[in-house]
Design a protein around this ligand. Structure first.
Ligand code: OGA
Ligand code: MN
Length: 284
């Protein structure tokens, strides 16, 4: 046994103490990590000095990886998304630069890729360079929030379908951030409002910033309910706030948690490398 698992808060998060490099994790320890992932939704590994190759191959043990296009200056898809405020000359990019404004979308509570027809299973984020204060990543349990609802309310929500729309969430930052071509690439998609973990069958809400309206509902009523539920999910009781140290690796369950980045002193560098594992359809 090379790992031990310690819960962080009542509803969300566990720290995995790991006395080997992740690339040396045995199959039986890996199975325990997967179990902990289903159980605790956010896993924290400290002091994991990872190359991109290490991170990609560890991520691939969980499933196939999403590719993103716009983070790759050479064009084409890449499985490694770099969230960085540092340019190729190693200078800090000012916050008003369009690339940085685009990334402020990460400061809204969201779940990765819920605007894609097949949303993400998990994201793995490695802190390569982190600010000394601020720049935390926070996580909120959509499972604990669902559990806190009255039975009647649960029943009302169970079969609803929500439209998730990247253009909608980006317009909240700036209506002109996306071009019409950008928008055409990411049409709204349907997602179940309530999901169930395939292993232990516990249910959770599935919402966040990309959730635009409820299928078949009046727009205003939709927005009101979505806002109310997002509020519930992000209640401090259901939140874990992670203060980064260099070489932390965080893994989170995009099926069951919302997350957001927090602001930091923009003179400081923050370089994070992310891989994302593909999930499965939530509605058919
Ligand atoms: C992400 C994300 C927030 C952060 O990588 O998907 O939302 O704190 N990151 O960098
Ligand atoms: Mn994200």
């Amino acid at each position: 046994m090379a790992i031990s698992i310690k819960k962080i808060t009542e509803h969300i998060g566990a720290e995995i103490d790991c006395d080997v490099r992740l690339r040396e994790l045995s199959e039986s320890d890996f199975i325990d990590v997967k179990k902990a992932f289903d159980e605790h939704s956010v896993l924290v590994f400290r002091g994991q000095l990872l190359s991109d190759e290490d991170q990609i191959s560890f991520s691939e043990r969980f499933g196939s990886l999403e590719t993103t296009v716009n983070s790759n200056p050479e064009g084409g898809g890449t499985v490694m998304t770099v969230l960085s405020n540092v340019d190729q000359q190693n200078k800090v990019i000012p916050p008003e630069d369009k690339r940085m404004v685009f990334n402020t979308g990460n400061q809204m509570w969201h779940t990765d890729s819920s605007f894609k027809r097949v949303p993400a299973l998990m994201s793995l984020l490695s802190g390569r360079e982190v600010p000394s204060i601020g720049g935390e990543t926070q996580f909120a349990s959509m499972r604990a929030a669902y559990g806190s609802l009255a039975d009647q309310k649960k029943m009302e929500l169970d079969d609803l379908v929500c439209m998730h729309d990247f253009a909608y969430s980006r317009a909240l930052i700036d209506p002109n951030l996306l071009t019409n071509d950008d928008k055409a690439e990411v049409p709204p998609v349907r997602q179940a409002m309530v999901r169930k973990n395939p292993v232990h069958k516990k249910k959770n809400l599935f919402l966040g910033a990309h959730a635009s309206y409820i299928e078949g509902w009046d727009l205003e009523e939709s927005r009101k309910l979505i806002a109310e539920l997002n509020e519930k999910i992000t209640h401090p009781d259901f939140v874990y706030s992670h203060s980064w140290k260099k070489d932390d690796l965080l893994i989170w369950d995009n099926r069951t948690v919302l997350h957001r980045g927090r602001p930091w002193d923009r003179n400081q560098k923050r370089i994070m490398h992310r891989t994302t594992v593909v999930g499965e359809l939530t509605v058919y």
